[in-house]
Design a protein around this ligand. Structure first.
Ligand code: DON
Length: 319
């Protein structure tokens, strides 16, 4: 009955039920030690692998959390979803589709081969190629004003002023040769809005922005709410941009595992290599999680399991 009510009213089940299911999800997967913490960015390797935070934000502004939901970590690839939304707002549906794309690559998130196989198309804004291409379209001449646009946009999604983790930024800047290669290759195909080196710098900063599981829940709930942040009431992007973004996430938010993810969880989601994950229930809210151990595709193990459990228990699978 609760699930039927949730579907028909477009809201989440009552507060007590949400609270107890979040606690149950935390308890269920808190002992799961499968997966490995990412180490290809040296500063991420030191994360405490046992941290586990869950947070759920509703479009009505209610936020519920369990475990380490206030611990900060770098947003990494999850920034791609929100920067895509900011750029889609600027360029519009058709231009984004033509210049960035929305198709799954079927290949890992940092694949160079995918660009070559697709004649220079960045493919979609959730893999590094398309995300770096999206960042290249940030408005403003110099690096600082382009960065300001992105940091301000991400902060408006979160409903608070986000800041960069300098250690992660420095560490990633010193080890991002692959992203610089991807940017150079895309630029050579002409699919770029700015010079490749400064674009990778802005992209690396955006990946190094600190968030918590609660922030991710609120950011996701803003996409669920047609672009209105449920905490601040601010309209961050248009409802049509949210639709575009959620479609892109459904296709590619978990890279080459996006089909499995959609099959099991039935909602758009986005993962990041530091262990964050956001899952969006259109019209209802979003789940944010943090747990640093990852599967081989770079997706948080506990985060995926908790999302699977909660999707079922809260009746959120869209299909
Ligand atoms: O560009 C990179 O490789 C990282 N800043 C982000 C990659 C990432 O988060 C992939 N996630 N699962």
């Amino acid at each position: 009955a609760l699930q039927a009510a949730a579907v028909s009213t477009g809201s989440l089940p009552d507060r007590e039920r949400v609270r107890s299911l979040l606690a149950e999800a935390h308890e269920r997967y808190n002992d799961d030690v499968s997966g490995e913490v990412a180490d290809y960015i040296p500063a991420l390797a030191g994360a405490d692998p046992d941290l586990f935070g869950l947070s759920l934000a509703g479009v009505d502004g209610g936020v519920f959390s369990s475990g380490d939901a206030q611990v900060e970590f770098s947003i990494q690839s999850i920034s791609k979803a929100f920067v895509f939304a900011l750029i889609d707002q600027l360029l519009g549906h058709d231009t984004v589709r033509r210049n960035i794309g929305v198709n799954n690559t079927g290949l890992p998130f940092n694949s160079v081969m995918a660009i070559e196989l697709n004649h220079g198309s960045p493919m979609n804004a959730m893999v590094n190629a398309g995300a770096i291409a999206a960042t290249s379209f940030a408005p403003g001449g110099d690096v600082e004003s382009r960065w300001e646009f992105i940091l301000d946009g991400l902060s408006r999604f979160a409903g608070r002023e986000l800041v960069i983790d300098d250690e992660v930024y420095r560490s990633e800047s010193a080890s991002n040769g692959r992203n610089r290669a991807i940017a150079g290759l895309l630029h050579s195909y002409g699919a770029f809005g700015a010079d490749p080196d400064s674009t990778v710098d802005v992209y690396t900063r955006q990946c190094s922005v600190n968030v918590t599981a609660e922030d991710l829940a609120v950011m996701g709930a803003t996409l669920a709410d047609g672009g209105v942040n449920p905490l601040t009431g601010e309209k961050v992007v248009d409802a049509s941009v949210c639709r575009d973004t959620l479609a892109a996430l459904a296709a590619a938010g978990l890279y080459e595992r996006s089909g499995d993810w959609l099959y099991e969880i039935g909602m758009p989601g986005k993962s990041g290599v530091s262990g964050g994950l956001v899952t969006i229930s259109p019209g209802k809210g979003a789940l944010g999680s943090y747990a640093p151990r990852l599967d081989p595709a770079g997706n948080s193990v506990r985060g995926q399991r908790a999302a699977h459990f909660l999707s079922g228990a809260l009746g959120l699978n869209l299909f």
